[in-house]
Design a binder for this molecule. Structure first.
Ligand SMILES: [Zn+2]
Length: 542
């Protein structure tokens, strides 16, 4: 008897769950470029009620989400969020890398591998596409689930932040062109821009935003706990002879106007405007099938690079973003319906404290490329093997061996790799860890962050010797603002919020990983997860 009731009860529950999941008409993915987890805590009291706080109070908040690979950079971050896997599988090992199969050229993560010899319409790029992404994304799975009847769009200021989330099967990715001040796309998705986007581009919005003076959004007292506004740790981005408020594009050379525009909070605003326009014009969340919109805010990254985590400018950007997100949420409530969309918010990486600031505070810090470590390594190779030509080339954290030279000298790759590793670990104090290709090829990437170099390594694309740096060390000089890319907490600890009627209002402090996002979304939607997803679902739908 009891069993019978249990079965009936389970059936009813299952039906309710699937009915609720079916009701979801739109998935919104939000990435805030360079948003560290601590910003949610640090600015909490100064946020309004309807932005981040609405997501935090009503959604599921993971306070301990980590990026589980090196390098923590934008292209790898966006690819990992949406594919649920790491560069080991999705292949986006950085923003740029040396490509062995293309004559050791330095290639861009979203550059087209074979640029087609075609004439394209205005605003359609031939040189950008998702060619190099090796795994499917959550958007791809949504489209595959119903023969492409779902609509999937991705928008950002940066091309990589629009293209990586879109995956291979999206309707389109749109991003901001620094030269023209217009949103553009790729031949990969479209022959020409939709009419609504052309009219959005020609609406004069960009000129309006370029002419706004950037003043503090809230009263001065809200910012007073921060250090000096006119700080020597910040860059004078807009040629103003100071680094303090107010800022404007007045002194910026015309040819840099649109690119410098993206270094202001109006870079976020124009994306909100575009999101609203796209939602309406493409009728997202209003059809029979689940649609998906990916939005990535790039300006917080640019402003962070300019001014650093302790600046008035970064705080101001987040206080404004809070309002901008509140505005987007209330628009979604009206346009799609509060119970018909689900959303996640996360970041592609964090950022380090300003390096000069760290030095001033007596931290152990430094810049690897300011030392002559590579010259010394070359000398060591010359002494050991009679030639330095053993190294073909190198690029941030990756050293590539010349296999032809090794063969001609009858040298085994494995032993040369091991010698270089031994040298680096014993002679270069800035370096924390070194792995060789031979070592890494014996291992497989995993969900956890036990080997960040391995998780960020790709057999075809990475170098032969990979290294990481000690905390608070940088590869390249970056005097002002911040930098990121490491496997240390300041770069890897990111926010993770899920919101929507199928997510419980709960906060978890267990350790979870960036790769779990796609796994969770696939699970709550009841669809197949992306092709190389190594994450696990974090939430049971309500
Ligand atoms: Zn960045």
């Amino acid at each position: 008897m009891k069993l019978k009731y249990l079965i009936i009860y389970s059936l009813i529950t299952a039906l309710t769950v699937s009915a609720q999941a079916k009701k979801t008409k739109l998935l919104v993915g939000i990435v805030v470029d360079q948003m560290r987890y601590d910003y949610l805590e640090k600015y909490y009291n100064d946020f309004g009620k309807s932005g981040f706080k609405r997501l935090l109070k009503n959604g599921t908040n993971f306070t301990n989400c980590e990026i589980n690979y090196i390098p923590s950079v934008t292209a790898a971050g966006h690819a990992s969020i949406y594919t649920g896997t790491t560069p080991f599988y999705h292949g986006i090992i950085s923003n740029n890398w040396i490509e062995r199969s293309e004559n050791f050229d330095l290639v861009n993560n979203c550059s087209t591998i074979k640029v087609p010899k075609i004439k394209t319409a205005e605003g359609i790029s031939k040189t950008n596409s998702p060619d190099r992404l090796l795994s499917s994304t959550i958007g791809d799975q949504i489209r595959l689930n119903n023969f492409g009847k779902s609509k999937v769009y991705s928008i950002s200021i940066k091309n990589r932040s629009a293209i990586m989330p879109a995956g291979k099967g999206a309707n389109a990715a749109f991003w901001f062109d620094d030269e023209t001040g217009k949103f553009i796309s790729s031949f990969y998705y479209l022959e020409k821009l939709p009419e609504w986007l052309i009219s959005f581009n020609n609406s004069g919005l960009i000129e309006k935003y370029c002419n706004i003076e950037w003043n503090l959004f809230k009263p001065q007292s809200i910012y007073s706990k921060l250090p000096e506004d006119n700080s020597r740790y910040e860059a004078d981005v807009f040629n103003e002879g100071r680094t303090s408020f107010p800022h404007s594009l007045e002194n910026v050379e015309t040819k840099y106007k649109y690119s410098k525009f993206t270094h202001t909070p109006w870079g976020n605003q124009i994306l909100i405007d575009l999101a609203k326009k796209l939602l309406v014009e493409e009728n997202l969340g209003k059809g029979k099938y689940l649609d998906h919109l990916a939005i990535s805010f790039s300006s917080p990254d640019k402003i962070g690079h300019d001014y650093g985590p302790q600046s008035y400018e970064v705080k101001d950007t987040y206080l404004r973003l809070d309002e901008q997100i509140a505005d987007l949420l209330s628009f979604l409530d009206k346009q799609v319906g509060n119970d018909k969309y689900i959303l996640f918010l996360t970041a592609d990486h964090g950022g380090m404290e300003n390096i000069t600031h760290l030095k001033d505070m007596n931290f152990d810090t430094g810049v690897l490329e300011n030392t002559n470590f590579f010259k010394k390594l070359t000398q060591y190779l010359k002494n050991t093997f009679g030639t330095e030509k053993i190294i073909k080339t190198r690029f941030t954290r990756n050293i590539y061996l010349d296999y032809h030279v090794l063969d001609s000298l009858n040298l085994k790759r494995e032993s040369v790799e091991a010698k270089i590793k031994h040298y680096l670990l014993n002679n270069v104090p800035e370096i924390a860890d070194v792995y060789t290709r031979t070592e890494l090829n014996k291992m497989t990437a995993g969900r956890e962050n036990s080997n960040l170099i391995l998780n960020g390594y790709n057999k075809r694309r990475s170098g032969d010797i990979l290294y990481s740096l000690k905390p608070h060390y940088l590869n390249w000089e970056k005097k002002y603002g911040t930098q990121h890319g490491s496997g240390h907490s300041y770069d890897t600890h990111i926010p993770l919020l899920f919101y929507g009627n199928i997510f419980p209002a709960k906060t978890y402090n267990k350790k979870v990983y960036v790769v779990d996002i796609a796994a969770t979304i696939a699970d709550v939607l009841g669809i197949l997860k992306p092709s190389n997803c190594i994450g696990i679902p974090l939430v049971k739908r309500k």
